[in-house]
Design a protein around this ligand. Structure first.
Ligand code: NAP
Length: 244
């Protein structure tokens, strides 16, 4: 089994961090991207190194194409190449009906969740070797629509799913597998950013499996899709949403 040199955007907190720890447990070296929270990046690096893993962290706003190109340069230099990219960074904003959202917010949500995914995918397509792999972190919102809360976010994740389908076919001749995961309600900080810090506690019991998911449970699906165990899986979008 290859030691997959892996770049994870938004890799320092939540689902990205859990994915990085899972990669490290498999002996895969990781480059973690984050936007600005250096304390969280340091904590993630310390946790991975304590577990015996190899990790580096790089600040970059994935919504800026020049910063994405620099990030890939830095990751390749630090790891000696790249075999896998996890397109994970994403944001929500305050819950509200679409009618109340400002154009500035809509522009930000589309740029960070969809345009940035295209920038990362473009660099990955240019740089990954034959046999490499990409996993996109979408959301169950892509099929549920998130009415009254964040239909803007849901729409961008629908775009990410379509990107997964198209890129899987585009890169298949190079044996690059491209897949996605759609997490449901997962216990991370993202809900506080939407103004719903109690979302996990409140909605957990209403979900089919009776609870919210953990970042580690999503990470397990991501690293399985990356691994040789999923060698014939491409263009798949796996729900990790507790039956929702
Ligand atoms: P999180 O805990 O809020 O962590 C977000 C991570 O993304 C942080 O490392 C953050 O960096 C980074 N980030 C945010 N904006 C960025 C930008 N412009 N450039 C670079 N990095 C950026 O989020 P999470 O809950 O783990 O979510 C990860 C992914 O899963 C997202 O795509 C999200 O949409 C998706 N998802 C989450 C849930 C859920 O319930 N949690 C459900 C479905 C889908 P800083 O620390 O520097 O801010």
């Amino acid at each position: 089994i290859r030691a997959m040199k892996t770049l994870i955007s938004g890799g320092t907190r939540g689902i990205g961090r859990a994915t990085a720890l899972d990669c490290a447990a498999r002996g895969w070296p990781v480059a973690l991207n984050y936007r600005g929270n250096a304390a969280a990046a340091d904590a993630a690096l310390a946790a991975i190194r304590e577990a015996g893993g190899t990790a580096h962290a790089f600040a970059a706003d994935v919504a800026d194409p020049a910063q994405v190109a620099r990030l890939f340069d830095q990751a390749e230099a630090a790891l000696g190449g790249l075999d896998a990219v996890v397109v994970n960074a994403g944001i929500v904003e305050q819950v509200m009906p679409l009618a109340e959202m400002t154009p500035e917010r809509l522009d930000r949500i589309v740029r960070v969740n969809l345009t940035a995914a295209l920038y990362q995918a473009r660099e990955a397509a240019r740089r990954l070797p034959d046999g490499g792999t990409i996993v996109f972190v979408s959301s169950a919102a892509a099929r549920l629509g998130s009415p009254g809360k964040y239909v803007d976010y849901a729409a961008t994740k629908g775009g990410v799913d379509t990107l997964t389908i198209g890129l899987a076919k585009e890169l298949a001749p190079r044996r690059i597998r491209v897949n996605g995961v759609r997490p449901g309600i997962i216990d991370t900080q993202i809900h506080a950013d939407g103004g719903e810090p109690d979302r996990v506690a409140e909605l957990g019991p209403t979900l089919p499996l009776g609870r919210a998911g953990t970042a580690a449970e999503v990470a397990a699906a991501i690293t399985w899709l990356m691994s040789d165990a999923a060698s014939y899986v491409s263009g798949a979008i796996l729900d990790v949403a507790g039956g929702r």
